[in-house]
Design a protein around this ligand. Structure first.
Ligand code: FAD
Length: 416
């Protein structure tokens, strides 16, 4: 088939690779001048288990507070009705999950996709000999015993799926991450030896090359002005007639809702902004060796080669390009509290702000839309890097008319 993909973030690139692997003729349209320039640029790096990110799905962390000193979500002045509606649904689901301590079905669906995705990523990494910055093992820091309470649903989902989760005291946590500050008060920690972190952008660039070697065309600097149906196609900005394709796959991250709107009902997709700071190592012995999550502040720290990346923050209804000063303050503070002296502030600091494409229940949409010929692979929220390889393979199987290797219940593209 002749297939168009809109978007060359990590989701578009992995989709292009899988479709090219199946023998399709693939063209990727990307408005930016390169791969992974938007949400996939400087992600926190958490790869496995994907559901450890506090914003993966309702029930992976405490119900988000929007007021007070412990607010985990900052609301902007220009918040829209759609964003408020998203927030209401998310908080209601998080409270329901916290009441029972059990994972809701969307969290279970997300965990299943994440596990499949991790296996697919490992297969691609080995079979294509991809070399990118990565580390093994994830440590969750529990500053107080209450920190563990909010994690009950996600830990149950992980344990039910057979993931090893070790409960540690503070001394044992410091053996795993010797750079942890001796003055950081810790009531304990959880260690997931099979956890993994990695550099999303590097992986996307490598997989783009692999897709190109299989004949995929990338048209950078090309903005899709609208999608068309009957026949399926894309109309490029500056062109007067649409280009027809046998199938179009929408992987446009947070901009997917605007492209879809003229063709059907509004997608309940919102942008949840966050930031990351990447800094060169100053003193190896004082820096994290792998991924570390500070549960209380919902901040992740990861070792990526000769750099440390700290990431977090959640801002809704705030469309300025600059990072929220409070978010940046928290990232610096948490890194300083956990790994003082680990990074160099002198030069080479990279600050980044990106938008997580969030649906109200957590999991992405991976499948056929109501519009003939239009397929969706979008809404990967806080775990797009971790979910990309599995979502792409499952979508390619559906386009080929094959039954995917995983159960896609809860990931349907027409579920809202
Ligand atoms: C602070 C932060 C930390 C994160 N940490 C993690 C993490 O630790 N682990 C994890 O798994 N995930 C993490 N994520 C989430 C992850 O970054 C996203 O889920 C993922 O990058 C989404 O990928 P995407 O390809 O859907 O979107 P994008 O990377 O945004 O790609 C969409 C592409 O579509 C293009 N596009 C849009 N509209 C058009 C158009 N009209 N024409 C042409 N091109 C178009 C855009 O230019 C863009 O390149 C984090 C996100 C943030 C913000």
């Amino acid at each position: 088939m002749k297939i168009a993909i809109v978007g060359a973030g990590v989701i578009g690139v992995t989709t292009a690779y899988e479709l090219a692997l199946d023998g399709h003729t693939v063209t990727v349209f990307e408005q930016r001048s390169a791969t992974a320039e938007e949400a996939s640029f400087a992600t926190g790096g958490l790869l496995a288990p994907a559901v450890l990110d506090p914003w993966s799905a309702p029930g992976t962390a405490r119900t988000p507070a929007v007021l007070g000193r412990h607010a985990t979500l900052h609301l902007g002045r220009s918040i829209s009705l759609a964003e408020l509606s998203w927030l209401r649904r998310w908080r209601r689901a998080a409270r329901a999950s916290a009441r029972t301590g059990a994972p809701l079905p969307p969290l279970v669906a997300l965990e299943r996709l994440a596990r499949y995705s991790h296996a697919r990523l490992q297969h691609l990494t080995e079979s294509l000999d991809l070399v990118f910055e990565r580390s093994t093992g994830t440590l969750l820091l529990l500053r107080t015993p209450q920190d563990a309470q909010g994690l009950a649903p996600v830990l149950k989902a992980l344990r039910d799926a057979g993931t090893a989760v070790r409960e540690l005291d503070a001394d044992a946590a410091r053996t795993i991450e010797p750079g942890l500050s001796p003055s950081l008060p810790l009531s304990g920690a959880l260690h997931l030896p099979e956890g993994m972190a990695g550099n999303c952008r590097q992986f996307a660039l490598l997989l783009r090359q692999a897709a190109q070697q299989r004949g995929t065309q990338f048209e950078f600097g090309t903005r899709i002005a609208r999608l068309t149906s009957a026949p399926a196609g894309v109309q490029l900005e500056g062109e007067s007639t649409p280009r027809p394709f046998d199938a179009v796959v929408l992987c446009a991250g947070v901009q997917s809702a605007a492209l879809l709107q003229p063709l059907g009902p509004r997608l309940p997709l919102v942008a949840l902004y966050g930031s990351s700071i990447s800094a060169p190592l100053r003193e190896e012995l004082h820096a994290p060796l792998a991924a570390v999550v500070d549960v209380q502040t919902q901040t992740t720290m990861a070792r990526l080669g000769q750099r440390v990346r700290v990431s977090g923050g959640a801002e809704l209804g705030r469309s300025t390009p600059q990072a929220h000063p409070q978010t940046l303050g928290t990232l610096y503070r948490v890194l300083g509290e956990c790994f003082p002296g680990g990074i160099s502030h002198a030069s080479g600091l990279q600050m980044w702000r990106g938008a997580r494409p969030m649906l109200p229940d957590g999991p992405p949409m991976v499948g056929q839309s109501a519009v003939p010929g239009l397929w969706l692979n979008l809404g990967h929220g806080a775990s797009g890097w971790a979910l990309a390889c599995g979502s792409a393979r499952a979508l390619a199987d559906q386009i080929a008319g094959k039954t995917p290797d995983i159960d896609l219940e809860g990931l349907g593209a027409q579920r809202f």
